[in-house]
Design a protein around this ligand. Sequence first.
Ligand code: NAP
Ligand code: GCO
Length: 263
Amino acid sequence: MDLFSLKGKVALVTGASYGIGFAIAKALSAAGATIVFNDIKQELVDKGLAAYKEAGIDAHGYVCDVTDEDAVAKLIAAIKKDVGPINILVNNAGIIKRIPMLEMTAAQFRQVIDVDLNAPFIMAKAVIPDMIEMGGGKIINICSMMSELGRETVSAYAAAKGGLKMLTKNIASEYGQYNIQCNGIGPGYIATPQTAPLREPQPDGSKHPFDQFILAKTPANRWGEASDLGGPAVFLASAASDFVNGHILYVDGGILAYIGKQP
Ligand code: NAP
Ligand code: GCO
């Protein structure tokens, strides 16, 4: 089981005060990693620190907007000074705007691309030099079903997550020679604040139509929990995946394999 050990490793998980990032950080901590996380607001970082402490994790939290290249450079330098160079980067921070394309402004489109695609580029660029110096490292990009599929109202998000899939493959191609593995995790539909609007019970108490739709599309017949992503993240962060590179590991309960339950 040492193959899955992260003892002595420093892991930075972006946007990890709660949700999927928090769950992934908890799993990496359980495997021995020192956890560092950032969020966009101090109040969120404080909330996250309290949650990690409650989970018995002595995490290091920083305020940083991942789209701000200067702020990211300062973040990485501060982490290196306070904790040590980053061995594992999880690009988790993300936003979604559910707006029909013809109603979406270019500024709204750019904002989603900025957080979900440009920021992982900025973060990876900031950590790779130290990884090269250390003889290797792990980058995990949190992709999506929308790295493979489209649906109404998520044009910007799908474009970003599709791009993130290809950025993942390109980092693997360009830096694999330095023993850096860059892979993606493609979560299915996970019960977090980001998908809460899709699961809102109807006024009559019945399930949201989208909730019913996802259950019919998922062989596991359930929404994923953020904790379902912990094991796959430990695998991709550990020596167990040293010859896995440029791969998107879909953790979706089988959605991508399934035509859907007949109504
Ligand atoms: P979430 O609940 O919305 O959490 C996203 C986190 O990222 C929040 O803490 C958010 O902070 C932070 N963030 C947003 N913009 C940021 C920025 N510019 N700089 C730093 N932090 C920022 O989302 P989630 O459901 O946990 O999803 C996490 C990741 O998984 C995202 O990349 C998402 O696209 C992806 N994903 C989610 C699902 C799902 O079904 N939930 C499925 C597939 C993929 P604020 O609260 O301040 O915005
Ligand atoms: C949506 C959902 C999805 C999930 C996730 C699926 O509106 O369709 O928010 O995009 O967030 O990305 O993998």
